[in-house]
Design a protein around this ligand. Structure first.
Ligand code: ADP
Length: 519
């Protein structure tokens, strides 16, 4: 049986391994693929944000290029730059504060058209900017040779507002042109509506000053630079950056949410599998335990039947062959046959009772009867067996106990079961007492022995059907079906009473049947 149990343990472990391993690998795969997927989604998403920012930057370049084109076409149309009338451009365009055109034919003097109070100071700053960014500005020549009129934005050193937009004129007479504009006004008037259009309410686009982190405009009333998902410098306005933040759930939130859901599902899945395996193990084990119980039961009962049968057959044969001459001996043999027949009767009775109980067919016939009378009747039948086996017994019956409403045959069976257990499970101290008594609302009858006793742990199980204690020499050797006490318990339940046990290992046991008295 042990080998059998090990087998189911190994099978369960195997099933556990076979089922859990794939789900475990799946969990790990899911977890790692989440980070991979997250990276891919993040990349795609960042690219999209990048292209949104790119489109807005490109939009500002397109506007400025438009201005530059207009101005340059006008310059190209002039044969003599000294007649240049740039007022028109300034009047038409609110944002342009000053225009500087390099008059090459006039020693590179600046042609200036301005709305600012101090155009000379502004021009001075433009020259400063040219010397500080000479390399970049000289590169404009190379671009124009390749037919690309690039514009460079440079911030005025002392003014936070002004930005100089340098371009290379296609006219050799002019070469360098500079548009001075107010950066923030440009951003507010030109970029803000565009950003609004691109965002479509799905995201928040904002432009802020890189240095003091002041927000110049934002689609949303509540903006926090910390929430920006992606930002880029404005190409033409080096002091400013444009950023985008998601309204509602950010991508990170979504990914985290997904990771949480997937992990939760995987865990749930694993727990369900474990639960299933546990359930399977429990059921298989229960079946196997039942098979073992049946096996033990058959072998125990056969043995219990065989012993009295062997005795009966042996003594009756001896008597039949007339080998015993002594009358006393003969009487003794008859008594043994009688005793063993009783024993057989008891075993068969127990099995029948159990089968009736199991099929809910056990019927009880209640009548008023005396517990003391039952005790005397049982002792009358078992007296010889007790004395033959070397037992001392004592009846400690409370006098004048009133009759109670019981099924006398069933209770007699119960007492016989307790008594034969006391006989079976006593070894050195062979003393059995049968005690009766009462208190205000119950009567009881108790069978007390000084036998091997029952451990506290086993006391909890002895009333279960088929349960037998297998520790200890005598408990192991003494045969039985494991049905006796479960039958007694059933009988007591039918009487609305109960059975209690007090026992100590190697000291003895007392089983008490308690009957409530309904007044
Ligand atoms: P069994 O046929 O094995 O005696 P029972 O249901 O009558 O079945 O008892 C269950 C178990 O309780 C027994 O196997 C035995 O180990 C233990 N037991 C019952 N009565 C006694 C007792 N008087 N002393 C010690 N052990 C007892």
């Amino acid at each position: 049986m042990r080998i059998f149990k090990n087998k189911i343990l190994i099978s369960s472990l195997f099933v556990l391994f076979v089922v859990i391993t794939p789900s475990f690998i799946f969990s790990i795969y899911q977890y790692s693929s989440i980070t991979d997927e997250e990276k891919v989604i993040n990349d795609v998403y960042k690219n999209q944000l990048e292209s949104i920012l790119f489109s807005i930057n490109q939009y500002s370049v397109d506007i400025i290029n438009g201005w530059v084109n207009n101005i340059d076409e006008y310059i190209l149309s002039q044969t003599d730059l000294s007649n240049l009338n740039l007022e028109e451009f300034l009047d038409q365009n609110d944002i342009i504060s000053q225009l500087n055109i390099n008059d090459v034919e006039n020693n590179g003097e600046w042609l200036i058209c301005s709305k600012i109070d101090n155009p000379a100071l502004n021009t001075f700053q433009i020259e400063d900017a040219i010397s500080n960014n000479s390399k970049q500005i000289s590169e404009l020549d190379n671009y124009i040779k390749n037919d690309y009129q690039k514009v460079i934005g440079v911030k005025a050193i002392d003014s936070s507002e002004m930005v100089f937009l340098f371009f290379r004129s296609k006219s050799e007479k002019a070469q360098l042109g500079v548009i001075t504009i107010k950066a923030e006004q440009f951003i507010l008037e030109n970029l803000s509506p565009r950003a609004q259009q691109v965002a479509e309410g799905k995201m928040n686009i904002l432009v802020y000053n890189n240095k003091n982190k002041e927000i110049i405009f934002s689609n949303s009333l509540v903006s926090d630079l910390e929430d920006i998902q992606k930002s880029n410098e404005l190409w033409l306005f080096p002091d400013y950056s444009i950023g985008v933040e998601l309204t509602g759930n950010t991508l990170n939130d979504l990914v985290k949410q997904r990771v949480r859901t997937v992990i939760f599902l995987v865990l749930l899945f694993n727990i369900l599998i474990l639960f299933g395996i546990g359930f399977l193990y429990y059921n298989v084990k229960k079946e196997l335990d039942l098979a073992k119980i049946k096996n033990d039961f058959v072998s125990n009962v056969s043995h219990e039947l065989r012993t009295p049968l062997a005795m009966i057959s042996m003594y009756s044969e001896t008597l039949m062959m007339d080998r015993v001459k002594d009358d006393k001996k003969k009487k003794e043999y008859y008594e043994i046959i009688q005793l063993e027949t009783n024993r057989l009767n008891g075993i068969v009775n127990n099995i029948l009772s159990f089968s009736h109980i199991e099929n809910n067919k056990r019927k009880y016939n209640f009548e008023d009867y005396y517990l003391n009378d039952l005790a005397n009747e049982v002792i009358h039948v078992y007296k010889h067996e007790l004395l033959n086996k070397g037992f001392h017994y004592e009846l400690k019956l409370k006098q004048d106990l009133k009759a109670i409403h019981i099924d006398k045959d069933a209770i007699k069976d119960a007492i016989i079961n307790l008594l034969s257990n006391s006989i079976k499970y006593s070894s050195e101290r062979k003393q059995i007492d049968i005690i009766s008594g009462e208190d205000s609302n119950s009567q009881f009858i108790e069978v007390r022995d000084q036998g091997i006793g029952i451990s506290e742990k086993d006391q909890k199980q002895i009333f279960e059907k088929f349960f037998r204690v297998s520790d200890g020499n005598l408990a192991y050797k003494a045969r039985g079906s494991g049905l006796g006490l479960s039958i007694v318990k059933h009988i007591m339940d039918a009487h609305n009473g109960n059975i209690t046990v007090k026992s100590k290992l190697n000291t003895g046991s007392s089983f008490r049947l308690v009957f409530p008295i309904i007044k």
